[in-house]
Design a protein around this ligand. Structure first.
Ligand code: PMP
Length: 302
């Protein structure tokens, strides 16, 4: 059956979940006094789907629990119900390859910086977006450039809050320069992470280096999975902060995230890294990660 509103075929439109309702995007909205909207008093997750199956859904939902706990936001629903809503968003959007975006705000209350004195229900919103894996593979084959920018974000990027203005400005600045991603540089001159990715280098003895988990970076799920992928390839991983100088003298560099998997980085601020092409170690990791993705999502489908 098809549904038409003002001549638009709603059966084809993207469907969002908003506080218990599945709605076409054009009809999906949140309250003007939602605290996520007014104070960025909200957290989020992005879960990748491959052939309709979730990739690492549980670690993402664990991280969501942590973010909510850090900000003392009530869980909108129990894990099993949350999983069901996520899968229903996937079904209604006929999502094969792409992401589900999930956001939980503290809820709606008259504007006041302090938490509402009476308990309000958290607001839960989900959307789905298709991604073209051919485009990701193409970029992985070519490698990308990054631009460095000063670390201007708030001091708790380990919490996955929607306070992303620093990330937004950095990404825009990278885009203007034709770079794919921006890497933040802290006051000690060390790379923290990208605007939506974790940062890595490969040393001359094929050791992978990524910043230690501290309050300066998001504990990436892809970052965590890569530790085991690297171990399978007998590659050593060291958790240590590195500088722009370290990047320039590195053999290779790459970034990781749920939507990029492993993405080779071939230049920084316009200067080449290594031979300015995806290196052997990065290529091995790209391939091994795809194998991991295909294996784990195939497991889920069964
Ligand atoms: N850092 C930041 C700031 C991010 O937004 C993301 C994307 N969620 C990441 C790192 C990578 O995390 P993940 O591997 O869990 O996608």
């Amino acid at each position: 059956m098809r549904w038409f509103v003002s001549g638009r075929d709603l059966t084809l439109s993207r469907i969002a979940y908003v506080n218990g309702q599945y709605l076409p995007h054009s009809a999906a909205s949140i309250h003007v006094e939602d605290r996520g909207y007014q104070f960025s008093d909200a957290v989020y997750e992005v879960i990748m789907f491959v052939a309709g199956s979730p990739l690492d859904m549980e670690p993402h939902l664990d991280r969501l629990d942590n973010s909510l706990a850090e900000l003392a936001i009530i869980q909108p629903m129990v894990r099993s119900a949350l999983r069901r809503v996520i899968m229903e968003v996937v079904r209604r959007n006929r999502l094969q390859n792409g992401i589900v975006y999930l956001q939980v705000s503290r809820g709606v209350a008259p504007r006041d910086h302090a938490f509402p004195s009476v308990n309000v229900d958290p607001a839960l919103v989900m959307t789905a977006k298709r991604l073209d894996f051919a485009k990701i593979r193409d970029l992985q084959n070519r490698g990308v450039g990054v631009k460095t920018v000063p670390e201007i974000r708030w001091r708790r990027p380990d919490i996955k809050s929607v306070s992303l203005l620093g990330n937004v400005l950095a990404k825009e600045s990278a885009k203007i320069d034709g770079a794919y991603e921006a890497w933040f540089i802290d006051q000690a001159g060390l790379v923290t992470e990208g605007t939506s990715t974790n940062a890595w280098i490969v040393t001359s003895d094929d050791t992978l280096i990524t910043r230690q988990l501290d309050q300066a970076i998001l504990p990436g799920i892809t970052r965590a999975v890569l530790f085991s992928v690297a171990a399978e390839l007998a590659l050593k991983v060291k958790e240590q902060a590195f500088s722009i100088k370290d990047v320039l003298s590195a053999k290779e560099a790459f970034l990781t995230s749920s939507t990029n998997f492993v993405m080779p980085v071939i230049s920084i601020d316009g200067s080449p890294i290594g031979r300015c092409e995806p290196g052997d170690v990065s290529k091995k990791l790209v391939d091994a990660y795809w194998r991991y993705v295909e294996l784990t999502t195939a497991d889920n489908a069964r």
